[in-house]
Design a protein around this ligand. Structure first.
Ligand code: GN1
Ligand code: MG
Length: 382
């Protein structure tokens, strides 16, 4: 299940959360602060407040990782625009998935964020109630729902003015540049770790022909740039704990111009394998065909009307590509000395890289089957 389970009570966390909470326009009296141990980038806390009527109100406070997001103010501008746009469209079109959407709560001093004494930029979101997130999908219904939610999200932001959105991490999914960066870091080998990862490195190097396929299709005008989510990891969708229905997608920091296929591909990466992203027993990694099928069905139910044939033809490829890309990023970070992704044990990024490469191999061995399924669904829908 989810890593969004909180840790035991820690007095330092209580102090921190209550101090940050005082600076936002939250309601009630502070009761409890918990760290939410999910996500490799930002620091996330859940706060519970007691309301005058005896009820409880929960909020999410999140500090933006400034090493990753060099311009946190631009991130906040993007998130403000995206949440405002989605909320107005959901109200107008009643395209609400489950009654709740992500909202920013204002700071007492005005604006949607605060900066603490250490220079961290914080924002406050509503807590999406009755929902859980999954690091590993449990059933095809969840996979279907997650893919439909991200497809609907793309639809909801499709009329957002992309010129008003800052590219907060330039070339975020430029796989060719990610590949080139790995080659550069491997050549410098700053931590002396290359020799111990030759196998993984060569696996990636031999797949260089893959890294430019989608980029070339964009250059050829066959695939459009759209406003997309760009971090559609399965634990970025809130799923109703009782009904398994998707309620809303979270983690809007990387909403930027991108490819619809990157969003779909990252779902394949994060939702088709029953193994955790950092599983050390690679025999558990698998591309489960029923999960892929549910993702295709869910995604095309929401996005089938606006994505084009070239995009549909590359759904399976996108899964392979995004899995390879994240594998490249984990290996790069391992070689650099773990400076980007948070790690919880030595070699953590290498373990993560290995599951990704294993999954790439699984996808390769079943790609024909995956493509055949996509063609079948397309025929039935068009
Ligand atoms: C990070 O923030 P989180 O944990 O949802 C990363 C994604 C990677 C993912 C790999 C801003 O996502 O790009 O795909 O880890 N986010 C950023 O698990 O780099
Ligand atoms: Mg996340």
């Amino acid at each position: 299940m989810s890593t969004a389970s909180a840790r035991p009570i820690d007095p330092l966390v209580q102090q921190l959360v209550s101090t940050i909470g005082n600076r936002f326009a939250v309601q009630g009296e502070f009761m409890l602060g918990e760290e939410i141990d999910s996500g490799h980038i930002n620091s996330t806390y859940r706060a519970t407040y007691r309301l005058p009527n005896g009820g409880e109100q929960r909020y999410i406070f999140q500090a933006i990782n400034r090493n990753v997001f060099k311009d946190p103010y631009a991130v906040m501008n993007n998130v403000e625009r995206v949440t405002r746009h989605i909320n107005s469209r959901v109200l107008r079109l009643k395209k609400d998935l489950g009654g709740q959407t992500l909202n920013l709560f204002p700071a007492r001093a005005g604006g949607s964020w605060i900066e603490d004494e250490q220079g961290s930029v914080w924002r406050c979101y509503n807590h999406i109630e009755g929902c859980v997130t999954y690091d590993v999908v449990e059933n095809t219904r969840q996979a279907y729902q997650a893919a439909r939610a991200f497809g609907s999200f793309q639809d909801l932001v499709s009329d957002l003015d992309s010129a008003a959105i800052t590219e907060t991490i330039p070339d975020f999914h430029h796989t060719r540049k990610r590949f080139a960066r790995l080659m550069e870091v491997a050549a410098a080998d700053p931590q002396g770790r290359l020799d111990s990862v030759r196998k993984e490195f060569e696996f990636i190097r031999s797949r260089e022909p893959l890294v430019g396929i989608l980029l070339d299709l964009v250059d050829a005008g066959k695939i459009p740039l759209r406003v997309t989510h760009n971090d559609t990891k399965i634990n970025n969708v809130m799923i109703d704990a009782a009904s398994d229905e998707a309620v809303c997608v979270i983690d809007l920091d990387t909403v930027m111009p991108g490819l619809a296929l990157y969003d779909f591909g990252d779902l394949v990466r994060s939702a088709t394998s029953p193994a955790a992203e950092d599983e050390t027993d690679l025999s558990k990694v698998e591309m489960q065909m029923p999960m892929f099928e549910a993702l295709v069905e869910g995604y095309l139910d929401a996005a089938g009307d606006f994505i084009n044939d070239t995009e549909i033809e590359h759904l399976a490829h996108a899964g392979k590509l995004m899995t390879l890309e994240v594998g490249i990023r984990f290996l790069t970070d391992h070689l650099e000395g773990d400076v980007y992704f948070k790690i919880h044990r030595p070699g953590h990024n290498l373990d993560r890289c290995r599951t990704q490469l294993q999954l790439v191999e699984c996808i390769e061995s079943r790609e024909d089957e995956m493509n055949a399924f996509v063609r079948k669904v397309r025929r039935s829908k068009r």
